[in-house]
Design a protein around this ligand. Structure first.
Ligand code: NI
Ligand code: MN
Length: 237
């Protein structure tokens, strides 16, 4: 069953997704591409980038942010602290924002949502500096289609609020365990959010990320949630 005929969703592995909007713009969430061991070589060759969203500062979410921004000059949205750091690295067109705020970037409306996680920036000298708080995003496309990318987080009760306020059509939820939700917590997130469809992410990249899509399927079987397990490099419309 097609998700939305005018929006393409490509999984680049781990927590990184590339959306193509109805107008043909490219939106990247969590710029970990060239250094992402889960991303197939052929999927690393981006042809362009219009909008870049960063959920938090950990390297497995933004290690390639500066390089990709310099190469493609996208509009960037991230938390305020990361925006300052990116600016000091020479990245332009960065919108610093915070939770509850929305901004229009090219042809998508982006809302920053809560997440429970950390967001220290690994600086070039190996030190960790304050990177604000981790977040998620709701991305609304011109045709009304809405995707919720939870970022790295545990399950939390206010996911219900996100569902009430923004009614996402598709959820992207971490299931890997150790640093984020495991399948049991992710299944409960689906329950809280009355999820129609979910794409699991943040699993399998490293051996410690042990959660699997099959576990999520089993744990959501009573909910009627469709679990769509994408291979890195795979795209759906
Ligand atoms: Ni993280
Ligand atoms: Mn992570």
């Amino acid at each position: 069953m097609p998700l939305n005929k005018d929006v393409t969703i490509k999984y680049l592995g781990h927590a990184t997704f590339l959306f193509t909007t109805p107008a043909g713009n490219r939106v990247l969430i969590d710029p970990w591409v060239d250094n992402n061991p889960a991303c197939p070589e052929e999927a690393k060759a981006l042809e362009g980038l219009d909008t870049m969203l960063i959920t938090h500062a950990h390297p497995d979410h933004m290690q390639d942010a500066v390089a990709l921004a310099q190469r493609f000059q996208p509009q960037v949205a991230c938390n305020y602290e990361i925006s300052i750091w990116l600016g000091r690295k020479g990245v332009e067109n960065v919108t610093g924002m915070n939770k509850g705020g929305s901004v229009e970037l090219n042809d998508v409306k982006v809302t920053m949502t809560n997440a429970y996680h950390s967001s220290g920036i690994l600086d070039d000298d190996g030190s960790v500096i304050y990177g604000g708080e981790a977040a998620g995003f709701v991305v609304e496309f011109e045709n009304g289609f809405r995707i919720y990318h939870a970022g790295d987080t545990c399950v939390f009760g206010d996911m219900k609020l996100i569902a009430e306020l923004y009614g996402p059509d598709l959820l992207l939820l971490p299931i890997g365990d150790l640093f984020t939700m495991d399948p049991r917590e992710a299944a409960h997130a689906c329950r809280l959010m009355n999820a129609k469809r979910v794409i699991p992410m943040h699993y399998g990249t490293f051996p410690v990320l042990t959660g699997t899509p099959d576990q999520l399927k089993e744990l959501t079987s009573d909910l009627g949630t469709e679990v769509i397990a994408l291979q890195p490099g795979e795209a759906i419309t």
